[in-house]
Design a protein. Structure first.
Length: 317
Protein backbone atom coordinates (compact mmCIF):
# COMPACT_ATOMS: atom_id res chain seq x y z
CA UNK A 1 0.00 0.00 0.00
CA UNK A 2 2.83 2.40 0.87
CA UNK A 3 4.43 1.59 -2.51
CA UNK A 4 1.26 2.56 -4.39
CA UNK A 5 0.72 5.75 -2.42
CA UNK A 6 4.35 6.75 -2.89
CA UNK A 7 4.10 6.05 -6.61
CA UNK A 8 0.87 8.02 -6.98
CA UNK A 9 2.50 10.98 -5.24
CA UNK A 10 5.45 10.82 -7.63
CA UNK A 11 3.42 10.48 -10.85
CA UNK A 12 2.51 14.18 -11.29
CA UNK A 13 6.18 15.16 -11.04
CA UNK A 14 7.16 12.38 -13.44
CA UNK A 15 4.53 13.54 -15.94
CA UNK A 16 5.71 17.16 -15.73
CA UNK A 17 9.35 16.20 -16.17
CA UNK A 18 8.44 13.89 -19.02
CA UNK A 19 6.59 16.68 -20.84
CA UNK A 20 9.54 19.06 -20.42
CA UNK A 21 11.99 16.44 -21.66
CA UNK A 22 9.50 15.58 -24.41
CA UNK A 23 10.22 18.91 -26.09
CA UNK A 24 13.88 17.95 -26.03
CA UNK A 25 12.93 14.56 -27.51
CA UNK A 26 11.30 16.36 -30.46
CA UNK A 27 14.63 18.10 -31.07
CA UNK A 28 16.44 14.77 -30.93
CA UNK A 29 13.87 13.27 -33.32
CA UNK A 30 14.65 15.97 -35.89
CA UNK A 31 18.35 15.11 -36.04
CA UNK A 32 18.09 11.38 -35.36
CA UNK A 33 15.15 10.47 -37.61
CA UNK A 34 14.79 13.31 -40.11
CA UNK A 35 18.36 14.51 -40.72
CA UNK A 36 19.88 11.10 -39.93
CA UNK A 37 22.67 12.85 -38.01
CA UNK A 38 24.09 11.77 -34.66
CA UNK A 39 24.20 15.09 -32.79
CA UNK A 40 25.76 15.08 -29.34
CA UNK A 41 25.48 18.86 -28.91
CA UNK A 42 22.28 18.38 -26.91
CA UNK A 43 24.12 17.51 -23.68
CA UNK A 44 25.58 21.01 -23.75
CA UNK A 45 22.77 23.00 -25.36
CA UNK A 46 20.20 21.80 -22.79
CA UNK A 47 22.35 23.24 -20.00
CA UNK A 48 22.89 26.38 -22.08
CA UNK A 49 19.15 26.92 -22.29
CA UNK A 50 18.81 26.56 -18.53
CA UNK A 51 21.76 28.84 -17.79
CA UNK A 52 20.65 31.62 -20.15
CA UNK A 53 17.04 31.46 -18.93
CA UNK A 54 17.89 31.63 -15.23
CA UNK A 55 20.50 34.34 -15.73
CA UNK A 56 18.05 36.57 -17.62
CA UNK A 57 15.22 36.00 -15.12
CA UNK A 58 17.55 36.96 -12.27
CA UNK A 59 18.49 40.03 -14.30
CA UNK A 60 14.89 41.21 -14.40
CA UNK A 61 13.76 39.87 -17.78
CA UNK A 62 10.27 38.50 -18.32
CA UNK A 63 10.34 34.67 -18.00
CA UNK A 64 8.73 34.29 -21.46
CA UNK A 65 11.40 36.51 -23.01
CA UNK A 66 14.01 34.46 -21.15
CA UNK A 67 12.60 31.29 -22.73
CA UNK A 68 12.87 32.84 -26.19
CA UNK A 69 16.46 33.99 -25.58
CA UNK A 70 17.37 30.52 -24.29
CA UNK A 71 15.99 29.01 -27.48
CA UNK A 72 18.04 31.44 -29.58
CA UNK A 73 21.17 30.51 -27.59
CA UNK A 74 20.50 26.84 -28.36
CA UNK A 75 20.07 27.66 -32.06
CA UNK A 76 23.44 29.42 -31.97
CA UNK A 77 25.00 26.26 -30.51
CA UNK A 78 23.40 24.24 -33.32
CA UNK A 79 24.79 26.74 -35.82
CA UNK A 80 28.32 26.18 -34.50
CA UNK A 81 27.92 22.41 -34.78
CA UNK A 82 26.51 22.77 -38.29
CA UNK A 83 29.40 24.98 -39.43
CA UNK A 84 31.94 22.58 -37.92
CA UNK A 85 30.31 19.80 -39.93
CA UNK A 86 29.60 21.50 -43.25
CA UNK A 87 32.35 24.13 -43.50
CA UNK A 88 35.19 22.42 -41.67
CA UNK A 89 34.51 18.88 -42.87
CA UNK A 90 34.34 17.49 -39.33
CA UNK A 91 32.11 14.38 -38.97
CA UNK A 92 28.76 15.24 -37.39
CA UNK A 93 29.31 13.19 -34.24
CA UNK A 94 32.72 14.82 -33.60
CA UNK A 95 31.35 18.27 -34.39
CA UNK A 96 28.68 17.75 -31.73
CA UNK A 97 31.25 16.57 -29.19
CA UNK A 98 33.43 19.63 -29.85
CA UNK A 99 30.51 22.03 -29.41
CA UNK A 100 29.35 20.18 -26.30
CA UNK A 101 32.84 20.45 -24.85
CA UNK A 102 33.03 24.17 -25.58
CA UNK A 103 29.56 24.77 -24.11
CA UNK A 104 30.70 23.49 -20.71
CA UNK A 105 32.96 26.52 -20.33
CA UNK A 106 30.40 28.82 -21.95
CA UNK A 107 27.71 27.70 -19.49
CA UNK A 108 30.01 28.27 -16.52
CA UNK A 109 30.69 31.79 -17.77
CA UNK A 110 27.01 32.51 -18.41
CA UNK A 111 26.00 31.50 -14.88
CA UNK A 112 28.92 33.41 -13.42
CA UNK A 113 28.31 36.54 -15.50
CA UNK A 114 29.18 39.64 -13.53
CA UNK A 115 31.14 37.77 -10.84
CA UNK A 116 34.41 37.48 -12.75
CA UNK A 117 34.41 33.69 -12.49
CA UNK A 118 32.31 30.72 -13.55
CA UNK A 119 29.51 29.22 -11.45
CA UNK A 120 28.36 25.61 -11.54
CA UNK A 121 24.74 26.31 -10.57
CA UNK A 122 22.34 29.19 -10.16
CA UNK A 123 19.05 29.23 -8.19
CA UNK A 124 15.85 30.96 -9.26
CA UNK A 125 13.05 30.96 -6.69
CA UNK A 126 9.37 31.08 -7.56
CA UNK A 127 8.94 33.28 -4.45
CA UNK A 128 10.98 36.07 -6.05
CA UNK A 129 10.27 35.63 -9.74
CA UNK A 130 7.10 34.93 -11.73
CA UNK A 131 8.22 31.67 -13.30
CA UNK A 132 6.27 30.06 -16.13
CA UNK A 133 6.40 26.63 -14.46
CA UNK A 134 7.35 25.47 -10.99
CA UNK A 135 7.45 22.09 -9.27
CA UNK A 136 5.75 23.69 -6.26
CA UNK A 137 2.37 23.70 -8.04
CA UNK A 138 2.58 20.27 -9.68
CA UNK A 139 -0.22 18.84 -7.50
CA UNK A 140 -2.50 21.86 -7.65
CA UNK A 141 -5.62 21.96 -9.78
CA UNK A 142 -5.51 25.16 -11.80
CA UNK A 143 -3.75 27.11 -14.52
CA UNK A 144 -0.58 27.32 -12.40
CA UNK A 145 -0.09 23.54 -12.64
CA UNK A 146 3.09 22.97 -14.70
CA UNK A 147 1.63 19.83 -16.31
CA UNK A 148 -0.99 21.95 -18.08
CA UNK A 149 1.54 24.59 -19.18
CA UNK A 150 4.09 22.02 -20.37
CA UNK A 151 1.44 20.01 -22.23
CA UNK A 152 0.33 23.19 -23.99
CA UNK A 153 3.96 24.08 -24.80
CA UNK A 154 4.55 20.60 -26.26
CA UNK A 155 1.37 20.88 -28.34
CA UNK A 156 2.45 24.28 -29.70
CA UNK A 157 5.90 22.92 -30.59
CA UNK A 158 4.37 19.90 -32.36
CA UNK A 159 1.99 22.18 -34.28
CA UNK A 160 4.78 24.51 -35.37
CA UNK A 161 7.04 21.64 -36.43
CA UNK A 162 4.18 20.02 -38.37
CA UNK A 163 3.57 23.29 -40.19
CA UNK A 164 7.26 23.99 -40.84
CA UNK A 165 8.11 20.55 -42.23
CA UNK A 166 5.24 20.96 -44.67
CA UNK A 167 6.82 24.11 -46.13
CA UNK A 168 9.36 24.15 -48.96
CA UNK A 169 12.23 24.69 -46.51
CA UNK A 170 11.04 21.85 -44.27
CA UNK A 171 10.61 19.49 -47.22
CA UNK A 172 14.16 20.33 -48.33
CA UNK A 173 15.39 19.38 -44.88
CA UNK A 174 13.49 16.08 -44.97
CA UNK A 175 14.80 15.33 -48.45
CA UNK A 176 18.37 15.97 -47.28
CA UNK A 177 17.98 13.44 -44.48
CA UNK A 178 16.31 10.87 -46.74
CA UNK A 179 18.82 11.04 -49.60
CA UNK A 180 21.40 13.83 -49.64
CA UNK A 181 22.72 12.97 -53.11
CA UNK A 182 19.26 13.04 -54.65
CA UNK A 183 18.46 16.26 -52.79
CA UNK A 184 21.56 17.92 -54.27
CA UNK A 185 20.55 16.68 -57.71
CA UNK A 186 17.24 18.50 -57.23
CA UNK A 187 19.09 21.74 -56.49
CA UNK A 188 18.74 21.66 -52.69
CA UNK A 189 21.56 23.20 -50.67
CA UNK A 190 22.09 20.22 -48.36
CA UNK A 191 24.73 21.98 -46.26
CA UNK A 192 22.31 24.77 -45.46
CA UNK A 193 19.58 22.23 -44.72
CA UNK A 194 21.82 20.37 -42.25
CA UNK A 195 22.81 23.58 -40.48
CA UNK A 196 19.18 24.69 -40.29
CA UNK A 197 18.09 21.30 -38.94
CA UNK A 198 20.77 21.37 -36.25
CA UNK A 199 19.74 24.90 -35.28
CA UNK A 200 16.07 23.97 -34.96
CA UNK A 201 16.91 20.82 -33.02
CA UNK A 202 19.20 22.51 -30.50
CA UNK A 203 16.82 25.45 -30.19
CA UNK A 204 14.12 23.05 -29.00
CA UNK A 205 16.60 21.31 -26.70
CA UNK A 206 17.57 24.64 -25.14
CA UNK A 207 13.89 25.56 -24.75
CA UNK A 208 13.42 22.28 -22.89
CA UNK A 209 16.41 23.12 -20.69
CA UNK A 210 14.97 26.55 -19.91
CA UNK A 211 11.62 25.04 -18.91
CA UNK A 212 13.36 22.42 -16.78
CA UNK A 213 15.45 25.08 -15.02
CA UNK A 214 12.31 27.05 -14.15
CA UNK A 215 10.47 23.90 -13.10
CA UNK A 216 13.19 22.67 -10.74
CA UNK A 217 14.17 26.17 -9.54
CA UNK A 218 17.81 26.21 -10.62
CA UNK A 219 20.18 25.69 -13.50
CA UNK A 220 23.17 23.40 -13.16
CA UNK A 221 26.24 22.79 -15.27
CA UNK A 222 25.52 19.05 -15.30
CA UNK A 223 21.77 19.20 -15.97
CA UNK A 224 22.33 18.16 -19.58
CA UNK A 225 24.56 15.19 -18.84
CA UNK A 226 23.08 12.12 -20.50
CA UNK A 227 20.39 14.19 -22.25
CA UNK A 228 21.03 12.50 -25.60
CA UNK A 229 20.37 9.09 -24.03
CA UNK A 230 17.09 10.26 -22.50
CA UNK A 231 16.09 11.85 -25.81
CA UNK A 232 16.85 8.68 -27.73
CA UNK A 233 15.01 6.64 -25.11
CA UNK A 234 11.92 8.83 -25.54
CA UNK A 235 12.04 8.56 -29.35
CA UNK A 236 12.55 4.79 -29.33
CA UNK A 237 9.91 4.14 -26.65
CA UNK A 238 7.41 6.23 -28.61
CA UNK A 239 8.19 4.33 -31.82
CA UNK A 240 7.92 0.93 -30.16
CA UNK A 241 4.56 1.75 -28.57
CA UNK A 242 2.96 3.71 -31.42
CA UNK A 243 5.04 2.78 -34.47
CA UNK A 244 2.33 0.63 -36.07
CA UNK A 245 -0.45 3.09 -35.25
CA UNK A 246 0.99 6.57 -35.84
CA UNK A 247 1.96 7.38 -39.42
CA UNK A 248 1.22 11.09 -39.47
CA UNK A 249 4.28 13.29 -38.83
CA UNK A 250 2.62 15.24 -36.01
CA UNK A 251 1.60 11.99 -34.32
CA UNK A 252 5.18 10.72 -34.54
CA UNK A 253 6.35 13.85 -32.71
CA UNK A 254 3.57 13.32 -30.17
CA UNK A 255 4.79 9.74 -29.71
CA UNK A 256 8.24 11.08 -28.75
CA UNK A 257 6.67 13.27 -26.06
CA UNK A 258 4.64 10.32 -24.75
CA UNK A 259 7.83 8.24 -24.82
CA UNK A 260 9.53 10.77 -22.52
CA UNK A 261 6.60 10.64 -20.08
CA UNK A 262 6.62 6.83 -20.13
CA UNK A 263 10.37 6.85 -19.51
CA UNK A 264 10.04 9.01 -16.39
CA UNK A 265 7.09 7.00 -15.10
CA UNK A 266 9.13 3.80 -15.49
CA UNK A 267 12.04 5.44 -13.66
CA UNK A 268 9.76 6.43 -10.79
CA UNK A 269 8.28 2.93 -10.57
CA UNK A 270 11.72 1.34 -10.38
CA UNK A 271 12.98 3.89 -7.84
CA UNK A 272 9.94 3.25 -5.64
CA UNK A 273 10.78 -0.46 -5.78
CA UNK A 274 14.02 0.28 -3.96
CA UNK A 275 16.61 0.86 -6.69
CA UNK A 276 19.43 3.16 -5.57
CA UNK A 277 19.76 6.47 -7.40
CA UNK A 278 23.42 5.53 -7.93
CA UNK A 279 22.19 2.92 -10.43
CA UNK A 280 19.99 5.35 -12.38
CA UNK A 281 22.37 5.68 -15.34
CA UNK A 282 22.68 1.89 -15.53
CA UNK A 283 18.88 1.61 -15.56
CA UNK A 284 18.65 4.25 -18.29
CA UNK A 285 21.14 2.37 -20.46
CA UNK A 286 19.24 -0.89 -19.96
CA UNK A 287 15.86 0.71 -20.77
CA UNK A 288 17.22 2.27 -23.98
CA UNK A 289 18.93 -0.99 -24.98
CA UNK A 290 15.73 -2.95 -24.35
CA UNK A 291 13.52 -0.67 -26.45
CA UNK A 292 16.13 -0.55 -29.21
CA UNK A 293 16.26 -4.35 -29.26
CA UNK A 294 12.48 -4.91 -29.31
CA UNK A 295 12.00 -3.96 -33.01
CA UNK A 296 14.97 -6.16 -33.94
CA UNK A 297 13.60 -9.12 -31.96
CA UNK A 298 10.18 -8.62 -33.54
CA UNK A 299 11.61 -8.69 -37.05
CA UNK A 300 14.02 -11.55 -36.45
CA UNK A 301 12.00 -13.97 -34.36
CA UNK A 302 8.29 -13.18 -34.27
CA UNK A 303 7.96 -12.41 -37.99
CA UNK A 304 9.60 -15.72 -38.90
CA UNK A 305 7.41 -17.52 -36.39
CA UNK A 306 4.30 -15.99 -37.96
CA UNK A 307 5.42 -16.95 -41.46
CA UNK A 308 6.14 -20.49 -40.31
CA UNK A 309 2.62 -20.83 -38.92
CA UNK A 310 1.10 -19.54 -42.17
CA UNK A 311 3.14 -22.02 -44.23
CA UNK A 312 2.18 -24.85 -41.92
CA UNK A 313 -1.50 -23.92 -42.13
CA UNK A 314 -1.30 -23.82 -45.94
CA UNK A 315 0.26 -27.30 -46.07
CA UNK A 316 -2.45 -28.78 -43.86
CA UNK A 317 -5.14 -27.23 -46.01
Amino acid sequence: MSFLSSLMNALPGAAAQGLAWGIMAIGVYITFRILDVADLTVDGSLATGGAVCVMLIRGGFNPWIALLCAMLAGMLAGLVTGLFHTRCGIPAILAGILTQLALYSVNLRVMGFGTGTGKANLPVSVDKYGLVVSARYVREAGLSNPILVLALAAAVVIGLMYWYFGTESGCSLRATGANAAMARAQGINTSLAKVLGLMISNGLVALSGALLAQYQGFSDINMGRGAIVIGLAAVIIGEVIFGRVFHNFALKLFASVVGAVVYYVVIQVVLRMGLSTDDLKLLTALVVALFLAIPYWKGRYFTKLGRGKKKGGGARA
